[in-house]
Design a protein around this ligand. Structure first.
Ligand SMILES: [Zn+2]
Length: 279
C-alpha cells in the first residue's frame, strides 16, 4: 500500500496541478521573427506566420489543434495552410483533421503509410524522402530527414530566418532520452544527430521540455554516444544487466532531468539491443 501511495504521489507530482484539475496546460511563446512555439502539457509544436497563411508543425491532439487554430485566427487573422508532421507517432500528430478545411499535409515518405494506417489524423498530401523546401514567409523552410533516429521517419524542420530548428523526440535539452529509447535506431542515431548539428542554427526548439542551443544538441548526442559505448563495453566484459546498471553512472549528466528515474531504463534499453542475451 505504501508503494501504491508513493507511485501515486510521483504520478501526481510529474503531471502537475494542471492535469489534476483536468485543465491542459497550454501556452504560445514567441521564438523569434515570425516563429512561435505552442504547448499542450508535455508536448510542443511550432508555427510560422506568413503573408497568406500559417505553417504549423505537429498538431499534437484534437483539443490542442482546435485551441491553437482559434488562437492563430484571433491573434493573426490567418488560417493554417500547411501542416507538417515530425514523425508518425500519434502523440505529436493527432488532430490534423482540425485544419483539413484549409491545409495541405506534409510528412516523410515512410511516415505516410503509418499515419494512414492508424487513422488518428489527416493523411499526408505531400511526402518527401530526404529533403523538402518550402518558400514561406519570405524564407525557404527546410524539412530534412537526417537519417534514422527515433523511428526512421522523423524529420527536422529548419527556419533559416529565425536560425531555429524544430526537433522532436530525437533530442531534448538537459534531459535524459526517454525511458528505454523506444523506436530508436542504434548506432545510426549518433551519425544522424551529427548531421543535425551540422545544420546552421542557433535555437534548438524541442518537442518536449525547454528550448536550447546548438551546444545542448551536441551535449545530448554526446550523452547517447557515451552511454552506448559504456553499455557496449559492459556487455563485452560479460556483465549482467544489473552489473551494467551498477557500473554505468554517467556522472557528468547527474544534473539533467530524469537522471535518477530514466538512467537505469536507458541502460536497460541499450543492454537489450547490444547483448546477445537481450531481447
Ligand atoms: Zn515519437
Amino acid at each position: 500500500m505504501l508503494r501504491f501511495f508513493m507511485v501515486m504521489s510521483l504520478f501526481l507530482a510529474s503531471f502537475g496541478g494542471a492535469w489534476a484539475q483536468g485543465e491542459p496546460q497550454r501556452a504560445i511563446e514567441h521564438v523569434a521573427g515570425n516563429l512561435y512555439r505552442f504547448q499542450n502539457n508535455f508536448h510542443y509544436g511550432v508555427f510560422l506566420v506568413g503573408e497568406v497563411g500559417v505553417l504549423l508543425v505537429d498538431p499534437i491532439s484534437e483539443g490542442a489543434a482546435t485551441w491553437v487554430k482559434g488562437e492563430i485566427k484571433t491573434r493573426f487573422g490567418k488560417d493554417v495552410i500547411m501542416v507538417a508532421y515530425s514523425h508518425h507517432h500519434a502523440d505529436h500528430t493527432s488532430g490534423g483533421q482540425v485544419f483539413a478545411d484549409t491545409a495541405e499535409f506534409l510528412a516523410q515518405t515512410r511516415a505516410a503509410p503509418e499515419i494512414e494506417k492508424s487513422g488518428h489524423t489527416t493523411a499526408p498530401t505531400i511526402t518527401f524522402d530526404q529533403r523538402y523546401e518550402l518558400p514561406f514567409a519570405g524564407q525557404v523552410v527546410e524539412f530534412i530527414y537526417p537519417g534514422p533516429t527515433h523511428t526512421d521517419n522523423l524529420i527536422v524542420v529548419r527556419f533559416p530566418a529565425e536560425k531555429a530548428i524544430f526537433v522532436v523526440d530525437m533530442a531534448t535539452v538537459k534531459r535524459l532520452p526517454y525511458r528505454n529509447f523506444p523506436s530508436y535506431h542504434f548506432p545510426a542515431v549518433i551519425d544522424s544527430l551529427k548531421a543535425v548539428e551540422a545544420l546552421e542554427f542557433d535555437i534548438f526548439i524541442g518537442g518536449h521540455g525547454p528550448m536550447g542551443t546548438k551546444a545542448d544538441l551536441a551535449d545530448h548526442r554526446r550523452y547517447i554516444e557515451e552511454i552506448y559505448a559504456a553499455v557496449g563495453q559492459a556487455v563485452n566484459d560479460g556483465l549482467s544487466l544489473e552489473e551494467t546498471q551498477a557500473r554505468v553512472a554517467m556522472e557528468a549528466y547527474k544534473d539533467w532531468g530524469q537522471y535518477e528515474a530514466w538512467l537505469p531504463l536507458n541502460i536497460e534499453g541499450l543492454y537489450n539491443r547490444v547483448s546477445p542475451k537481450g531481447e
